[in-house]
Design a protein around this ligand. Sequence first.
Ligand SMILES: [Fe+2]
Length: 173
Amino acid sequence: MGKKSSATAAAAASAKGAPAIDIGIDEKERRQIADALSRALADTYTLYLQTHGFHWNVEGPLFSTLHQMFMEQYTEMWTALDDIAERIRALGFPAPASYAALSKLSSVPDVDDVPEAMQMVRTLVAGHETLARTTRAALRVADEADDDSSADLMTQRLQVHEKTAWMLRSMLK
Ligand SMILES: [Fe+2]
């Protein structure tokens, strides 16, 4: 290690606390992206819970098929929640993590009753289409700020929700 780099390392080591975020996206844009990702997180959380509830409560001749399919869908969304929340953290903002905060941000309506099986499927089509709109909006915000990491994550989520909406919709024909 040369003299100059030792001096730089020593200066960095002696600085107190965490350095400011310097990833090439300014704070205003990072906040806008974090807000858009928080809406995607809230919608995903609400749809995750709705899908898990339908997994528990579905009845009828298609019980086995729907029970299994809903499990695959809620498991996929549960994993995605962590990726979205941790991206918000990497941008320097707290991830919403209470029912109050999530419900304020969510545009997926709560379902309090237990619909019949095919009504559950219709409700989930609407939920995944809402997620497609929310993640597409977040993708635009990330794109405008050259935030490729967030744009990539939102592109992946958009693909999942559009595909799931198609698969669920196909059961209703
Ligand atoms: Fe289960």
